[in-house]
Design a protein around this ligand. Structure first.
Ligand code: NDP
Length: 333
């Protein structure tokens, strides 16, 4: 079977040279284990942090070892009483075609209630991130204005729609015209701004948000945030979900000049990690599932084909190649 290891640790922008694709044995399963055939692999921006040997909320990938992440697969064989051959499962598993997984690291998923891919996107980690970031920290209210950066990604497009479901006016910031069109024409955003082509992002946002901004769901940080902060209304809320603009910076990264606005407008900026809300995942997933079924939430995916394309798909996240959740299809459902 094929598998992908971390070959070198990157400084700055990672490339193909940091990964190693090789053949390895199909693992055999022990007691209470399950052999899972990989169908979909999720690549996520936080994995960039795990490529470095620094302390964070998840330990770094180990050099020369198989990289791991979110996977959806099918049970091939099982010594666990909880899973049988043919079950569809999701879990945190290795970037390889087959994984021997402990039963407590897997969750059964139902292909009849949602497409398998949704369990890595809107009904999985990214959707839950949007849900808890918005409903626990952003707290959008009827008539307020919410801005989302990284708005056309897996988390951002759901975060914006959740703000809309709470009655806010929603403005998205994304990096291509295809993405801004998707946000307004399909995802129901009121406006969307292309931060790469706008000459003056601050001015465009000012025009898009005549009543200021009450909630800023921030996936990017950097100069995008610098354009947003001066427009924040008093007592605005900022769920700090990510800071993708800085993940590949090596050396000093001088932050945006946001602090005076935090004081002046009494902003509440709160970083969070989705696992902070692990006790409530079931409630969150149920809520998201209901909205999907009712057609009140839409999502998009970019699916690359073939195991070998995993590094490409991962690297593409930092060039904005994906609309919605980036996945790789490794084998047939
Ligand atoms: P996305 O699907 O949004 O993919 C990443 C997107 O980020 C790209 O498509 C690109 O879109 C944008 N991007 C890339 N580089 C830059 C840059 N330098 N400046 C601005 N935008 C950039 O990924 P996710 O939805 O999975 O994740 C979004 C954010 O949420 C990330 O920061 C991630 O780390 C964070 N996150 C946090 C979690 C938590 O628990 N706190 C959990 C999950 C995600 P574009 O074309 O618009 O540039």
């Amino acid at each position: 079977q094929k598998r992908i290891l971390l070959h070198k640790r990157p400084e700055g922008m990672p490339g193909h040279e940091h990964f190693k694709l090789e053949d390895g044995p199909i693992p055999s399963i022990k007691h209470n284990q399950v052999l899972v055939r990989t169908i979909y692999v999720s690549v996520d921006p936080y994995m960039r942090g795990r490529m470095e040997d620094t302390k964070s909320y998840v330990p770094p990938f180990k050099l020369g070892e198989v990289i791991d992440g979110g996977i959806v697969g099918k049970v091939v064989s099982s010594t666990s009483t909880r899973f049988s051959e043919g079950d569809y499962v999701t879990g945190h598993l290795g970037w390889q075609e087959y994984n021997a997984a402990d039963e407590h690291n897997l969750r059964k998923i139902d292909p009849d209630s949602a497409p398998l891919t949704a369990y890595l996107g809107t009904l999985g980690m990214p959707g839950l991130t949007a849900y808890f970031g918005m409903t626990k920290i952003g707290l959008p209210k009827e008539g307020e204005t919410a801005v989302v950066s990284g708005a056309a990604g897996a988390v951002g497009m759901i975060a914006g729609q959740i703000a809309k479901l709470h009655g806010a006016r929603v403005i998205g910031i994304a990096g291509t015209d295809e993405k801004t069109r998707y946000l307004t024409e399909t995802a129901g955003f009121d406006k969307a701004v292309n931060y790469k082509t706008e000459k003056n992002l601050h001015q465009s946002l000012k025009e898009a948000c005549p009543e200021g901004i009450d909630v800023y769901f921030d996936n990017t940080g950097g100069t995008i945030s610098e354009a947003v902060y001066p427009l924040m209304n008093d007592f605005g809320r900022i769920p700090q979900c990510g800071a993708i603009s800085s993940y590949n910076k090596s050396g000093d990264d001088y932050g945006p000049r946001i602090h005076p606005f935090i004081v002046k407008s009494r902003l509440r900026v709160q970083g969070f990690i989705v696992s902070d809300y692990a006790d409530e995942f079931q409630t969150g997933a149920q809520k998201l599932g209901t909205w999907l079924q009712e057609g009140r939430l839409v999502y998009e995916e970019t699916i690359n084909e073939g195991f070998d394309s995993i590094p490409d798909a991962f690297l593409g996240l930092f060039e904005g190649k994906n609309l919605g959740k980036q996945l790789i299809k490794v084998s047939d459902e």
